[in-house]
Design a protein around this ligand. Structure first.
Ligand code: NAI
Ligand code: FMN
Length: 179
């Protein structure tokens, strides 16, 4: 057996439990976002790594939200949301929105504003995307929200926040070149 084979762990298809899937998913590094909303369903937000770009025409991204999350009823009732991309300075913001913190307290510890849609915008987010939810698709425990961009902005913070191996990591904007 060579070194590569020794480091590779295979799981038979019939054995793919939720735990095995999560263990494998912990090997995917992901950007960390706080997704917020406000409207008839109230103000809410949650930490999300399941966010990705779908198409640039019309500019669209997707967000997956667990339907058992305390934030879900507000997202189900509201038509707009904001994806706030976190910088390395926002690890505590991520913990606040990813834990069991009561919804009203989540917005107390960072600077939030509103712009086009009324969804809370994190003042110094690395980027923010205000969106109109254009489609909703339930899949298992989650709902995929397809989100058309209404307005966006970027902010050149020096490092982004990543989630990998169940831990936070910080990645600099520019990697120093060797030699
Ligand atoms: N997509 C999601 O719903 C995610 C939920 N979480 C939640 O945050 C908490 C802490 O998670 P970890 O410490 O990373 O350990 P974990 O073992 O629960 O998660 C490991 C990885 O599995 C994936 N994952 C976790 N829960 C999932 C779910 N319900 N549906 C689809 N994918 C899921 C994510 O990629 C995550 O990084 C847990 O309660 C977890 O459920 C974390 C990341 C993503
Ligand atoms: C790094 C990280 C990423 C997460 N990504 C998602 C996600 O993409 N979708 C999701 O529904 N929940 C995600 N969660 C979990 C939610 O942020 C939240 O903890 C969960 O919905 C339970 O919140 P509640 O106590 O308000 O019900 C993530 C949590 C962490 C810490």
């Amino acid at each position: 057996m060579n070194a590569l084979q020794q480091q590779t762990r295979h799981t038979a298809p019939q054995n793919i439990s939720s735990t095995a899937f999560r263990d494998a998913m912990s090997h995917l590094a992901a950007a960390v976002n706080v997704v917020t909303t406000d409207g008839p369903g109230g103000r809410a937000g949650f930490t999300a790594s399941a966010v990705c770009s779908v198409t640039d025409d019309p500019p669209t991204l997707l967000v997956c939200i667990n339907r058992s999350a305390s934030a879900y009823p507000a997202f189900a009732d509201n038509a707009t949301l904001c994806v706030n991309v976190l910088s390395a300075a926002h690890q505590e913001v991520s913990n606040t929105f990813g834990g069991k913190t009561p919804m009203a307290m989540r917005f107390e510890h960072a600077e939030w504003t509103t712009r086009e849609t009324g969804a809370p915008v994190l003042a110094d987010a690395l980027a923010h995307f205000e969106c109109r939810v254009s489609q909703r698709l339930p899949v298992g425990t989650h709902e995929i929200m397809l989100c058309e961009i209404v307005s966006m902005a970027t902010h050149d913070a020096p490092e982004c926040l990543l989630y990998f191996n169940r831990q936070y990591h910080q990645l600099p904007r520019a990697i120093a070149s060797a030699g």
